[in-house]
Ligand binder design. Structure first.
Ligand code: NAD
Length: 414
């Protein structure tokens, strides 16, 4: 069976789905590995390094004709137009936010496997959890960006020229990315506090070195599958108001809050930004074209407010560490691919909870119940609808800002 790796085409995307180190693993499972020429350039893997690992370097057309096509993100429309029935495509396909792509893959007769639909709480799915591996990288990089932008030190420094007090960092949202941001800021010497709307995250946040900021105005808001639920309008306003007091006392704020299937909640308002000391920094990991966790953040840009606060629209962070992100993603996607094959051939079993979670199209139809509900099509037998398979919708940890209409995501996917 031929398995290929294509070059990513999304703007600014530097990651590659398989690194040379992973090629041998796939070959030892009886797979022939094809790599599109230049696919690894952005992550510093040359064609020669893939060839040395036993892969065949091919054109894009040949890569897109393989039995199984591996990618980090989604196929562009040109790629979809040349795919043929029976092929398998595996990537972070974001089907909850891109129903048109799902429909096009179904129409092409492609078996689409979406890495971001993996039931993350299944123990056997842990090695395949690309959302977590990429969120870890994003959290780490967010803390570094905050430190690099901040005009003072993170650690306490006592020198002959004076004493620098440690920076006070606040992390909002303590999921995978938030915990990594806390740990990284702590290792840099900052004094870190944190807040999450799910109180059950408290122990984990404390264990990586944060003190917890409690809010009295908002109660616990755990949703399904270990995620947060969207707050009501009243809760949201109360939260923003109370958070503003905490935000004003910090030098650097890193926001990571997400609610699956919804726009990221707005946590840092314009008034909260105004209350911060000039020179403070806010890193918005939820930044997207429609907004994010922070008022006025622009994805990929650093905006300086009139009151002198730098707001970093921290989108695409995993891609900014393409070598590490690709190495981790390659392990995730290899583990999933090897799980889906038997004796060198694909052996799909949608009665298996994990497989039912990731396979979104098959046999010319959309087969995932979370998506068939949106497409107005009955779910097919063998497809599971567990809360565990209710991950983030989008291409990264982050989708759209709060305050607007929720996405067309069925309740089972929230
Ligand atoms: P996420 O990216 O969906 O959200 C990040 C954090 O934002 C969450 O902790 C969430 O509670 C918080 N948040 C949402 N709205 C908020 C608001 N209005 N105010 C403050 N905080 C808000 O989360 P994630 O990183 O994908 O992880 C979700 C959970 O799943 C975590 O508890 C994580 O530990 C768990 N998880 C478990 C496994 C596993 O069981 N192996 C694997 C991956 C993740």
């Amino acid at each position: 069976m031929k398995v290929s790796v294509v070059k990513e085409t999304a703007p600014g995307e530097r990651r590659v789905a398989i690194v040379p180190e992973a090629v041998a693993k796939l070959r030892s499972a009886g797979l022939e590995v094809l790599v599109q020429s230049g696919a690894g350039d952005g992550a510093w893997h040359t064609d020669d390094s893939y060839a040395d690992a036993g892969a065949t370097v091919v054109s894009r057309a040949d890569a897109l004709a393989a039995d199984v096509v591996l990618m980090v993100g989604k196929p562009d429309s040109a790629a979809v137009s040349v795919l043929h029935p029976g092929q398998v495509v595996i990537g972070l396909l974001a089907p909850l936010t891109d129903p048109d792509l799902t429909a096009a893959l179904a129409a092409a007769g492609v078996t689409a496997v979406s890495m971001d639909m993996i039931p993350r709480t299944l123990p056997r799915a842990q090695p395949m959890d690309a959302l977590s591996s990429q969120a870890n990288i994003a959290g780490y990089k967010a803390a570094l960006l905050g430190a690099a932008q901040f005009g003072r030190f993170f650690p306490l420094l006592i020198t002959a020229a004076g004493t620098a007090r440690p920076a006070k960092v606040l992390v909002l949202g303590t999921g995978v990315a938030g915990l990594q941001a806390i740990g990284t800021a702590r290792r840099l010497g900052a004094v870190v506090s944190a807040y999450d709307v799910r109180p059950e995250t408290r122990t984990e946040a404390e264990s990586v070195g944060a003190t917890i900021n409690e809010l009295t105005s908002v109660g616990p808001a755990a949703g399904e599958g270990g995620y947060a639920r969207a707050l009501t309008e009243d809760e949201r306003m109360a939260q923003q108001q109370e958070l503003a007091g905490h935000i004003a006392r910090h030098d650097v704020v890193i926001t990571t809050a997400q609610v699956p299937g919804r726009r990221p909640p707005l946590l840092v308002t314009e008034d909260a930004l105004k209350s911060m000391t000039p020179g403070s920094v806010v890193v918005d990991m939820g930044a997207s074209t429609l907004g994010g966790n922070v008022a006025g953040s622009v994805p990929g840009e650093t905006v300086l407010t009139e009151s002198g606060v730098a707001v970093i629209g921290a989108s695409g962070l995993p891609s900014s560490m393409a070598a590490a992100a690709s190495a981790m993603y390659a392990r995730n996607i290899s583990a999933l691919l090897l799980y889906l094959i038997s004796e060198g051939e694909l052996a799909l079993d949608r009665d298996d909870e994990l497989q039912a979670g990731v396979v979104i199209t098959s046999g010319g139809a959309i087969v995932h119940p979370a998506l068939t509900a949106v497409a107005g099509q009955p779910a097919q037998a063998g497809a599971a609808s567990s809360p565990a398979s209710s991950p983030h919708p989008p291409d990264q940890p982050g989708n759209q800002p709060d305050g607007g209409a929720p996405r067309a995501v069925p309740r089972s996917a929230r």
